[in-house]
Design a protein around this ligand. Structure first.
Ligand code: TPP
Ligand code: MG
Length: 627
């Protein structure tokens, strides 16, 4: 813009805010637009920020969360006033849990009517403050762009996370002076104290059964390779924190599995046995620590994290270091270069590690139980995915029991190939896969979801088609909110109360949105369908019929009719003729049973599951974790 004498150039507030955001690194925005943010949208388009329109703000917030989690870049989600803002909550909560730098910008009512319960007014700052790192509302035109910059800086600083900015709609089209660009400020963090680094090394070196728990901080710092070298040098094995299974190559001899839901028993056992634990880039949340049971009272431990506060653990760490993982590993490797490691004890560790790895490998096989239907074997689906998908495919997961199979049996080979929320939100899988493929063009996104969670955001199939996102949604359809149903059954209340779902023809819905939809009714059909979806190059959905008796890998049903007959005998209520869970294995599996024929409640006891519940109760006296 040219400047005539005595007159400074002006831009709209919307343009200034958009420019500030683009300058701060924003590349993509997800939105269901509202009229109050139109001035910002114009500015973003002018600054070459990609704008992706979604079908629901919740899905937009998930897509932004996925991109922010995957790339570590500030990612924008925009919504109109109160109703749109309210829909953002689920993704912002997930972004907080996952330390993902999501910038939410929401329109607010005009300043002149603010505070009068105007149309679609809400006290946005008060509403969102508890679930974001920082929330503010702009009051004056001159401060809006600076608030945008502050939002991004705050989202990225220390432990990253979501921020929230409310902008009254009358501000965006006002003119403000075009400010000179201050340029990016590089934040300098002091290197961590080398004495502390050495203390951490001693903790690991002096231990008999040391272990590293690696979390998202390793991924954010792009430090997987450095961690592999570090682990190899010290011969200390690595466990991934919950939903961060891609933090370490899963086929590496020092990888011992992922904690939390779906983990094989060997993971918890090995964590309990550790006499020294290095927690690296991980906040030790409830799932990762099996309800704060890890580290045990006998375990000496150290935490190295960008922001190591917050873990609600009774037993405090011996060493706490606020450091970026990359910096820590660089200093540690330098210290190791001068250290003389005792070859004999390293050899002893190698032997022990080999036997630990063996325990993990044998405990994480999924899909080998005999099963000839009805429907697919969820473990075999996961084993097929692990074999067929390219190493760089990005897997995303929704919440539900179906996900425990991949948690146990999938093998991640590269960092940045898995996205799941540590908030345990349903509806995340498909939007996350779309976000991931937009952030990483050319990569395949594979969303795993249950019939319950998938239906929450399935309208985004159309978004995938419109945005040419190469995603494959894999929907495990057991006709119920399975995880909740399992807990219901385990506590002895009648299964089916509020957890039974009706039939949805998901493949037909995919086709109706312009995607490829394939119904898969047996194990044999799965691999050809998967290959067809991969080769099609367009969004696809595989609708998997799943016998509802399948829950987690710890409670495996059998095709054996005798067992099923027992189910029928023990049933105290009439069973539906087509529902395999109700003991009719000879009926062809229905993707979802006909609602009209459903009984009001399900059998009170299903022996296979009751047995598993008993086992679980014996070994774990505490209540189980639910997403
Ligand atoms: C948004 C949201 N609502 C509710 C829950 C509680 N919840 C966790 S798993 C689950 C059932 C999931 O059902 P489905 O997606 O069909 O998977 P399944 O367990 O049957 O494999 C529910 C309701 C949640 N985690 N997130
Ligand atoms: Mg289900």
């Amino acid at each position: 813009m040219s400047m005539s004498e005595g007159q400074s150039a002006t831009v709209t507030v919307g343009a200034a805010l958009a420019e500030a955001l683009a300058r701060a690194g924003v590349k993509i925005a997800f939105t269901v637009p509202g009229e109050s943010l139109l001035g910002l949208l114009d500015g973003l388009a002018a600054n070459k920020v990609r704008i992706v329109t979604t079908r629901h703000e919740g899905a937009a917030s998930f897509m932004a969360e996925a991109v922010a989690q995957l790339t570590g870049r500030p990612t924008l989600v925009l919504a109109g006033r109160a109703p749109g803002a309210a829909n953002l909550t689920i993704g912002l909560h997930a972004a907080y849990a996952d330390s993902a730098p999501v910038i939410a910008i929401v329109g607010q009512v005009r300043r002149e009517v603010r505070g009068r319960e105007a149309f679609q007014e809400m006290d946005l700052v008060r509403t969102f403050e508890p679930i974001v790192k920082w929330a503010a509302e702009a009051k004056e035109p001159n401060e809006v762009a600076a608030l945008g910059e502050k939002a991004v800086a705050t989202a990225l600083r220390g432990r990253p996370g979501p921020v929230f900015l409310s902008v009254p709609e009358d501000l965006l089209d006002l003119l403000v002076p075009s400010e000179p660009h201050p340029g990016n400020r590089v934040e300098h963090r002091a290197d961590p104290d080398p004495v502390l680094v050495r203390k951490v090394m001693h903790l690991l070196l002096d231990a008999r059964r040391p272990l590293i728990v690696a979390g998202a901080g390793v991924l954010r710092a792009r430090s997987t390779d450095a961690l592999v070298r570090f682990a190899e040098t010290l011969q200390v094995p690595v466990v991934a924190s919950w939903r961060r299974g891609d933090v370490f190559p899963n086929d590496h001899a020092l990888y011992l599995g992922m904690t939390g839901l779906g983990s094989p028993a060997s993971v918890r056992t090995r964590m309990e046995e550790a006499d020294a634990l290095l927690v690296l880039g991980c906040r030790m949340g409830e799932m990762t620590t099996y309800r704060y049971a890890i580290p045990g009272a006998e375990t000496r431990w150290a935490q190295v994290d960008a922001d190591p506060r917050g873990a609600a653990l009774p037993h405090r760490p011996e060493i706490v270091m606020a450091a970026d993982v990359a910096t820590f590993l660089r200093l540690a490797q330098r210290a190791l270069a001068n250290a003389a490691l005792d070859a004999e004890s390293l050899d002893a560790r190698r032997l022990q590690n080999a036997s630990d790895r063996e325990a993990f490998e044998s405990g994480s096989i999924v899909g080998e139980e005999p099963w000839d239907g009805p429907g697919v074997h969820p473990g075999r689906v996961v084993a097929t995915l692990a074999r067929v998908l390219p190493a760089e495919a990005i897997l995303t997961t929704d919440a539900g029991d179906f996900g425990t199979w991949a948690a146990r049996g999938y093998r991640f080979r590269r960092p940045g190939t898995f996205l799941g929320t540590t908030s345990g939100a349903m509806g995340y899988g498909l939007p996350a896969a779309i976000g991931a493929t937009l952030a990483r063009p050319g990569r395949l996104g594979v969303a795993l979801a249950g019939d319950g969670g998938f239906a929450m955001t399935m309208a985004e199939l159309e978004t995938a088609v419109r945005e040419r996102a190469h995603v494959i949604a894999i929907v495990f359809d057991n006709g119920r909110y399975g995880m909740i149903w399992r807990h219901q059954t385990q506590r002895g209340t009648p299964g089916g109360l509020a957890t039974r779902l009706g039939a949805v023809n998901f493949a037909a819905i995919a086709e109706a949105c312009g995607a490829l939809g394939i119904s898969v009714n047996s194990d044999e059909e799965f691999e050809p369908a998967l290959r067809q979806a991969m080769e099609s190059g367009r969004p696809a959905l595989l609708h998997l019929a799943l016998d509802p008796r399948w829950t987690t890998p710890d409670a495996v049903p059998s095709s054996d009719s005798a067992e099923v007959e027992t189910v029928e005998e023990s049933a105290e209520v009439e069973t539906a003729p087509t529902d395999v869970a109700d003991g009719r294995p000879e009926a062809p599996v229905e993707i979802a049973p006909e609602a009209a024929e459903e009984p009001a409640v399900e059998p009170v006891v299903e022996p296979a599951l009751d047995h598993a519940a008993q086992e679980a109760a014996d070994s774990r006296p505490e209540p189980q974790l639910v997403e």
